[in-house]
Design a protein around this ligand. Sequence first.
Ligand SMILES: [Zn+2]
Length: 122
Amino acid sequence: MTLQAKASAEVVDVIQRLAEGGISFSASHDGPAGKTTVTLTPKQLELFWCDPAAAFASVYGVSRSEYIAWHESGYMVRCSELTSKGKRCRNAAVDAHLVPSPDRWVAMQGGYCKIHSEGWNG
Ligand SMILES: [Zn+2]
């Protein structure tokens, strides 16, 4: 899903003037350790105006859907192995229980849990 709405020319102008005045922008989002605060560029603040998730995704260099999936997963990367019943293993991948940022979460996809990384095919 893409949001079509954009910050109006007036909003863009205000953001530009604040940035030129030396004001910086920060915003907080939920994460595994509570709130995480990040700095937004003026362009990211324009994005934030209409679509905060897209702005945060931009901060981390991931897609909007990856950013949302990171939250929806409970910040956990699921093991990629299939069980003998053909279902995806429900364990977390090694060291991927509470992944602190969505870019790391994306990078850790495809990992295996402790059992499956040791070559056991259950
Ligand atoms: Zn597994």
